[in-house]
Structure formats: structure tokens, C-alpha cells
Design a protein around this ligand. Structure first.
Ligand code: FUB
Length: 302
């Protein structure tokens, strides 16, 4: 009856899940066995796939939506297509992704690709977003129509996005007040009028998932604690998103189930997550059971 990991024919990591038109869409990064010597023991990602599901059990792979060497500003064969996000605004879908920019010795920039459907085709912009240097973009589209982009790089930053979602509409602000040990992978969402900032947090050896809350999308945020403990299998990273579908909240995250000896080849999992009446998040225990109905359970209930 195990449903985790949810994608079983390829590695998937850094899952951002979004509900568009009642269907769950999953935008992960795509770990591969490295074709280049210098990334044999490191993250190696060439492209992005998008997956979707109605029941969180049966997933459709819609194929490659972006690949590194077809994006004008990305350094050729850099294999650094790290954690992405995708949001919808006014019927258009905006896919945000970090990558190594051509012409730079090191570092990351964040680009946008735009589509009319959640599965593409996505058209990348010619240049990355000016004023953003870092990884792991997350975009929050607020109820008043304003959008904010969060990213990590020398700490955690947030900036308003322009109405067309392609540029910064103000200077980035550093989010303060998080405990030491914040590294990467911020995910922001709003629930019952409160803003949540969830993030991987190295409290001891590897990344836990933790969170903070605020009354404003740009903070100040108050640290609230841990959502998920360190991976029991020693996967150094964890990267996640929280999303509501049909009244149930889900935590998408990754472990290294299919690569126990090398934690840079990861696999996406889902477990349910709940909230207390004061809005705080209940801690999640990772399971192999996961979520979604599987055939054997249907037979039992019949
Ligand atoms: O997947 C590459 C990097 O590992 C991501 O950008 C981080 O969040 C971590 O999961």
C-alpha cells in the first residue's frame, strides 16, 4: 500500500506542488546521474518535467518543459537547474527557476518562463530577473493581486514583483529573525489571513523543515518550530511545499529512497499535514504509506 515515493521511474527533488483548476501539479527538479566528471558527487540537473494528478496516486508525466541549453541566458552544460516554482496569475503560468548564468564564474540567477497552460509550452525570458542573485525561488500571489518573490542566497530575501510577474517592483528586503541554520528552499503561503514561511533548517546535522509566521508577506516573521525532523536515512537536503486540495493540506518533500548511498539523487514524497486551532502547524512524521488511495485499499473497503 506504500505510495511514497510518488514518482518511480526517475529521480525528482525540490517539489513545488500547486493546485490549478482543481488538479494537483508538481514542479520538481530532476536529479540525474551526472554525464560530467565534476558533478559525479554533486547535484546534477539538466531539465524540468511537470507532473499532474487528480487523486495524488496516479501521476501523469507531461514531459520536459525546459532544458538548460535552450534557455538564452543559461551557461551551457552547467547542469544546475535547481529548485523551481510555478504560479498562476490572470490565466498565465509563470515558472521561476534558478540556474547558472552564462559568462559568470559562479553563482546563480533566477529566470522566468511563461505559458498559457500549467504544462506548457513555457517560453523562457531572454534574461534572468534583474536584482535577484540566488537559488530556490518561491512566489506568493496575495489576495490583493500583489505578488512577492522569496529566494535564498546569503540569507533569505523577499521583493515585490511587477504586475507582469517578470521583474522586481521594489528593492529586496532581507528577512531577519530566523534562527541560525537557515540555508535554502523557502516556501511561503497564506492561510486564514496569516503568512507562513517554511524552510529547511539545519539545527544539528542535516536539514529539518521548520517555519515562521507573520501578519505581513515581508515580515517580521516569528519562528515557530519544526515541521519535520532530519531524514532518518541521512539525506542532507529536504525541500518542500505545502498545499491544500479539497480541504486537506499536504506536505510535499524529498528523501533519497532510490539512492541510499548518494543523497544528491532524490525522490519526492507526500504526507498529510494538519494545523492546530491557533494556526500552528502539526509536526509531520514521514511515511512510506504516503497519501492517495491505492487499489488494495479499495478492495478491502469493498
Ligand atoms: O536541488 C538542489 C538544491 O538542493 C536545492 O536548490 C536546495 O533547496 C536543495 O534541495
Amino acid at each position: 500500500q506504500a505510495q511514497n515515493p510518488i514518482i518511480r521511474d526517475q529521480f525528482t527533488a525540490d517539489p513545488t506542488a500547486r493546485v490549478f483548476n482543481g488538479r494537483m501539479y508538481l514542479y520538481p527538479s530532476h536529479d540525474i546521474h551526472s554525464p560530467v566528471e565534476n558533478l559525479k558527487e554533486w547535484f546534477c540537473m539538466e531539465d524540468y518535467h511537470v507532473f499532474s494528478s487528480d487523486n495524488l496516486t496516479d501521476w501523469t508525466d507531461h514531459g520536459v518543459i525546459l532544458t538548460q541549453n535552450r534557455i538564452p541566458w543559461v551557461k551551457k552544460d552547467s547542469y544546475a537547474m535547481w529548485a523551481p516554482d510555478c504560479v498562476e496569475k490572470d490565466g498565465k503560468y509563470y515558472f521561476y527557476f534558478p540556474a547558472a548564468p552564462a559568462g559568470a564564474e559562479k553563482g546563480f540567477a533566477i529566470g522566468v518562463a511563461v505559458a498559457d497552460s500549467p504544462v506548457g509550452p513555457f517560453r523562457p525570458q531572454f534574461r534572468p530577473i534583474e536584482g535577484v542573485a540566488g537559488i530556490d525561488p518561491c512566489v506568493l500571489v496575495d489576495d490583493d493581486g500583489k505578488s512577492y518573490i522569496y529566494w535564498s542566497g546569503m540569507g533569505l530575501s523577499v521583493a515585490p514583483l511587477s504586475d507582469d510577474m517578470l521583474h522586481l517592483a521594489g528593492s529586496p528586503v532581507r528577512i531577519e529573525g530566523l534562527p541560525e541554520g537557515f540555508k535554502e528552499g523557502p516556501f511561503a503561503f497564506k492561510r486564514d489571513g496569516r503568512y507562513y514561511l517554511t524552510f529547511p533548517w539545519v539545527k544539528d546535522k542535516t536539514e529539518t523543515l521548520a517555519y515562521a509566521m507573520s501578519d505581513s508577506p515581508t515580515g517580521p516573521f516569528e519562528f515557530k518550530g519544526i515541521i519535520m525532523d532530519e531524514s532518518p536515512t541521512g539525506c542532507w537536503t529536504n525541500h518542500h511545499s505545502l498545499v491544500e486540495k479539497d480541504g486537506q493540506w499536504y506536505l510535499f518533500y524529498h528523501h533519497n529512497d532510490y539512492s541510499p548511498d548518494m543523497d544528491k539523487r532524490r525522490s519526492v514524497r507526500i504526507d498529510t499535514v494538519g494545523f492546530n486551532s491557533d494556526g500552528t502547524i502539526r509536526k509531520v512524521t514521514p511515511t512510506l504509506r504516503g497519501v492517495g488511495v491505492c487499489l488494495s485499499l479499495i478492495h478491502i473497503s469493498e
